[in-house]
Write a protein that binds this ligand. Structure first.
Ligand code: 0X9
Ligand code: ZN
Length: 425
């Protein structure tokens, strides 16, 4: 009897200790929790409410998918729109450094550097490689400049392609690299169209705008679902959302003042070396007229404005954007729309490029169309199998932006003469 009683007592004690330990562990780990959330939202207005709390990663007609920490989860729960969520720590992760074996076709920073260097070294008359500046952690941010007769490059109409503003969007870094490789290979193969473009255009390609973030996302044996750069914030957290850090209408909606947030806007416009690098580079090349910033995912073609629901004040420009977006969508079958139709976000690349410099600037949200749920369900990590098919469907849109860089108004047959100092070839 007394043995049974003692057993009961010790079982009770053990349970109490277990609960206490669990609570302590929970309290300790809460700040590091990362959640996948499925949130009901039926239109751009509800999406904008959500975008003020978390970075939306994917939208459908009825709901959005987003990621956030404990604070964001609580705020979303308060809205009453949370449909389901899961803690990413509970999801299956791969083990090993670098990309997992199945994803080894993706390029980490060293591999990207090696590919770009090889392309430039092997084709010195067609490709120049440079650095647009150092990242927060001191990595060079590479740019390739392509075109025949590089000494007269600045006299030609220019286009710029970028990838990797967001760390986990690895597919967005493969596209610009492959574009560079494609142009060189096709030029050498005598493809007339590409020879024409290489002769008459000044082509700038920056595949990894945020090298620190990209490396961090793959560095310790598990994808970290990281989005921002790696600058240290005053409260000890890391990262600014580079696509909220550009100056045009900075901080006017859809970005956060909370350094913990995935859409943290930074302390001021262009507070980050990575966005300053882009600013300086674009501003030093005044012949740039078209821009494409690759992101993932959702299969969208987005154009300004992104910081407000109103369309462009200049209706002719609006017509050009719309026409170009629709045309490109014929090839990649993505949905063309004004960026704020997705949700309001201020401080992104394209609002700045158009707002400050009248560059016809687009964001592509590449494949897949949506995550099939949770961490391993595609989304940012769709597997290496998508790289080639996604490139194939986006090469025509990319060439189209190159072609019309001489005068984007040609797309609507409005003759307003050449833009700035650029001659019509
Ligand atoms: O939120 C972003 O920065 C982009 N989406 S992502 O999933 N790649 O993070 C979209 C930016 C589109 N711009 C605006 N809505 N202003
Ligand atoms: Zn992105």
């Amino acid at each position: 009897m007394s043995v049974r009683f003692n057993l009961k007592k010790s079982a009770l004690l053990a349970t109490v200790i277990l609960i206490a330990v669990s609570i302590a562990q929970f309290a300790q780990s809460t700040s590091n929790n990362r959640y996948w959330m499925k949130i009901r939202a039926k239109d751009k207005f509800e999406r904008s409410v959500i975008a003020n709390i978390v970075g939306i990663e994917n939208t459908t007609e009825d709901y959005v998918v987003a990621f956030g920490g404990d604070t964001e989860l609580k705020q979303i729960q308060k809205l009453g729109w949370l449909m389901s969520y899961s803690n990413l720590a509970d999801e299956a992760m791969f083990s090993g450094k670098d990309f997992p074996t199945k994803d080894s076709a993706f390029h980490n920073y060293a591999e990207m550097t090696a590919e770009l260097t090889k392309l430039a070294n092997e084709n010195p008359t067609l490709v120049t490689m440079g650095s647009i500046g150092k990242s927060t952690e001191g990595r060079d941010t590479w740019v390739l400049r392509l075109g025949a007769d590089q000494s007269h490059a600045s006299e030609k109409p220019a286009v710029i392609y970028m990838g990797g503003h967001h760390a986990r969007e690895h597919l967005s870094m493969e596209m610009p690299l492959m574009l560079a490789q494609h142009l060189v290979a096709q030029y050498k193969a005598g493809n007339e169209r590409i020879v024409g473009l290489m002769n008459n255009r000044d082509i700038h390609i920056i595949p990894m705008v945020n090298p620190d973030g990209a490396e961090y996302d793959i560095q310790d044996g598990s994808y970290k679902m990281w989005r921002k750069n790696r600058s240290r914030n005053a409260n000890g957290t890391f990262g600014t959302d580079l696509n909220r850090n550009y100056s045009y209408k900075w901080g006017t909606g859809g970005s956060s003042t909370n350094p913990n947030s995935d859409t943290y806007m930074g302390t001021k416009p262009f507070s980050e070396p990575e966005t300053i690098n882009i600013k300086n580079y674009v501003e030093a090349h005044t012949n740039i007229t078209t821009l494409l910033s690759f992101h993932t995912y959702s299969q969208l073609i987005l154009y300004p404005w992104g910081h407000k629901y109103d369309g462009l004040e200049n209706t002719k420009d609006a017509q050009v954007f719309e026409t170009m977006a629709k045309k490109m969508a014929e090839w990649n079958k993505y949905t063309p729309q004004q960026a704020s139709d997705l949700y309001i976000a201020s401080g992104d690349t394209t609002d700045w490029a158009y707002g400050e410099h009248k560059i016809f600037a687009f964001t592509f949200e590449l494949d897949p169309s949506q995550s099939s749920g949770g961490f391993g369900g595609g989304g940012f990590y769709p597997g290496a199998g998508v790289i080639q098919p996604v490139f194939n469907k986006n090469i025509e849109p990319a060439l189209y932006l190159m072609e019309y860089a001489d005068n984007p108004y040609r797309t609507i047959n409005v003759s307003i003469g050449p833009i700035g100092p650029i001659p019509n070839p």
